[in-house]
Design a protein around this ligand. Structure first.
Ligand code: FES
Length: 109
């Protein structure tokens, strides 16, 4: 499978990340890849409240809840939705090529 470009990371096959689950992706900054009802989305992994991994959080629809102090974020656009987080997450590109999910190394501007 050919990646969509140089700056893309191969994460997993589509069937390895079921709906409602998240996966940590090693990168600088670290990325969390989510499956929201069959659609794949990627945000920065680090909770903007106090640096906890959101890939270990709880996914509910298109929101993820941080496991440490229960801030929530929108997985699709990175918005901080619930206290104690106020700063948004970064959003990363996602592409599916021949059943393999890739994420971009660089966040979207
Ligand atoms: S570290 Fe995520 S809510 Fe505090």
């Amino acid at each position: 499978v050919t990646p969509p470009g140089e700056d893309w990371i191969r994460v997993c096959r589509v069937d390895e990340l079921p709906p409602g689950e998240a996966r940590y992706v090693e990168n600088t900054p670290p990325i969390a890849l989510f499956n929201v009802e069959g659609g794949f989305y990627a945000t920065s992994d680090t909770c903007t409240h106090s640096s906890f991994s959101l890939a270990t959080g709880y996914v509910d629809g298109d929101e993820v809840e941080c496991a440490l102090h229960m801030a929530t974020f929108c997985i699709k656009d990175g918005r901080a939705l619930k206290y104690p987080a106020t700063e948004p997450l970064q959003v990363f590109g996602v592409d599916v090529v021949d059943g393999v999910v890739f994420v971009s190394r660089e966040p979207r501007p």
